[in-house]
Every structure is written in C-alpha cells, then in structure tokens.
Design a protein around this ligand. Sequence first.
Ligand SMILES: Cc1ncc(COP(=O)(O)O)c(C=O)c1O
Length: 382
Amino acid sequence: MQKKYYLLAPGPTPIPPNVLGAMAEPIIHHRAPVFVKVLEEIRERLKYLFQTKNEVLMFASTGTGAMEGSVTNTLCKGDKALVIRGGKFGERWAEICEAYGVVPKCIDVTWGEAVDPRVIQEELENDPDIRAVFIQASETSTGVVYPIKKIAEIVRKFDNTIFVVDAISGVGVFELPFDKWDIDVLVGGSQKSLMLPPGLAFAALSDKAWSFVERSDIPKYYFNFKKELKSLKDNQTAWTSAVSLVMGLNESLKMIQAEGLDNVFKRHTRLAEATRAGARALGLELFAPNNPSNSVTAIKAPDGIDGQKIVKILRDKHNITIAGGQSQAKGKIFRVAHLGYVDTYDIIIVISALEMTLRELGYEVELGKGVKAAVEILEKDI
Ligand SMILES: Cc1ncc(COP(=O)(O)O)c(C=O)c1O
C-alpha cells in the first residue's frame, strides 16, 4: 500500500482540506464582483494577520518577489543598506541589493546565532548614509529567531533609515506586531504558516516606508508598490490575481482569525518546544540553542553521521519530508518544521521516525525516549 505522506519541511507546508477545497472551486474572473468582494475581505484579514492598520500588498509570486520589491520600491541606486547575514536568506537580501545597485554593508553572523542589536546601533551611528536595515524574523536556514523588537527600537530613532523584515517564516508563527513595534516593511509568503501552496507574497509598509517609496529611483515594473496599493484600494490586484490561491487564502485567513493570533502563536510554541525536547532527549544538539525559532528546529547531525542521510532515509523509507542543511550547514544539520497545518501527531510521528532512522545509521537510541519527551509537553494541552 502507498505510504501516508508527511510534509514537515519549512515550506511548502501541508494544506488543510477546506483550503484545498476552496482552491478546487471552478475559477472565476479576477474582476468579477464576487472576487472583488473576496479581495475586500482579504484586505482586512491581512491587516489582522500583520497587526497593522496599513494596507498589506499581495503579489502573485513567491516570497522572494516581495523581498525584491521591498528593495526596488524603497531605495535608490547607490544607497547603502545594512544586511544581517546569518544564513541563506540573509545572503539573499545582500544579493538583491547588489542586483539593483544598492550597496550592502553586511553584518556577518555565525550561522546558528542571533545578531547582537548593539552592533546594528553602532553601525547606524557610525554611518548616517545607511538607508535601510534588512533582516529575517526567522532565518529558516539556521532555525534562528532574531530580536526584531529590540532592533526596531533602535532603527526607529534614525529618521533616514527603514527597517525591512523578511518574515516569510515568521508572520503567523510568533509575535511580530507591525504597527506596535514600528517595523517599516514586513514581507510574508503563502507556503508557510498560511497553509497554502507557494505563489503568493505579501508586503506591509509603514508610513515611513511609503515616504521612501516616493524618493526611490530604482527601475521596477511588475513589483510596483504604488501601483499595487492603488489597485488594492479598489479591492483589486494590479495584474491578474492568482485567483485559486486567493480563494484558498481567504479560507486560511478565516481559520487563523477564528483561532485568534495569540492561540496561533501558542500552537507554534508548543509544537516547537516538543520538537526541541524530543531532539534533546535523544542526545542531539540544537543548532540554535540560544535563539531557536518556533517555525523550524535545526538539529545537529550526530558526530560521524551525514545529516543528508537522515533526510534521505526519512524521505525514502518513512515518506516524511524534512529539510537538510544548506551551504555551509549541508550534512551538518537537518531541519524539522512545525509551522502551519502541523499538529501534535505529526510531531510524534517525525520524532518516532527519527529514532528509527538514527538507529539505522548506527547512532544509539533508546526507542521511545524522544517521543516520550515530546509527548510530555504535548499532552499538557491536547
Ligand atoms: C526566511 C525566508 N526568506 C525567504 C524565503 C524565500 O521565499 P520563496 O522561496 O517563497 O521565494 C524563504 C523560503 O523558504 C524563507 O524561509
């Protein structure tokens, strides 16, 4: 018989049946009144998710599209930008800046660690020409969560600098109140906590960021934030909407609102804590022990065992998809995600399969030890 499939990668993530159902409905026209009504609802629901009174722009692209748009719509050629580079996605900010003639000044952070906000303060004080600070909320490649609130408090003091946060694996996972914390640009993507396929990207902009949009001189066409905002105010998207994804989005946002953001954050915390406890009970070390993200747990492969083999056995033998390490972390870590439509039993299953996989690779494991540690956390709030 075909094995049941478990998707525990940090994107794409599993999709609930009602969201799949909404996306399977016959397609409607993107300018039809019924669709315009859906977009009107979504506008408000996205504001709830991003915790902002401002509009949240939506694009038919993966998250990187909105990252790119955040650079091209807010900055000018030759501007300097501070980039926190502690993983693959920090690298991406620097690459996008370079592609558009923005000069990235990188703060290199050891993979698995978080940036010290004081370093950012010093850089901003020493160089008044820095126009933007680019960071991830959760660096998915290392499983680190960065201290966004503290950094926002610093950047807000610099009138000529905006704070741009890639929260593709953060929004809808943990607290990131856009207005309250004075974040200037917050980027999201559909295939993470939103429980949708890849293909939608989001960006919220503060009034300060919108004033930067006015002075930006970098060429742009598809990702034109002003054009998109104008359309959004008429409950439209500038270009053809990704109709089916948008129908699914309305459904997933309804679910998030019904649950309540605080409960959504608690759900992610609980699953993350159980995963970390399970790994530790097996004698495994976390890659980011001091600042672990609640979206994905990066675990060090035991000495002498190739992390890629763990990923492969889980995939080929157990039909469970997790993620391996990327670049410098390849083979050294593996990553179990717990964001979006993931529940108690998914975590129990992945820890149990991990125990079997480690045994197969010659690492001594007492069967059930990781599961027990995870369940001890999970059972408190079934
Ligand atoms: C933190 C972060 N930034 C950016 C991206 C890139 O998003 P996408 O692949 O949707 O373009 C991802 C996707 O894994 C991510 O986790």
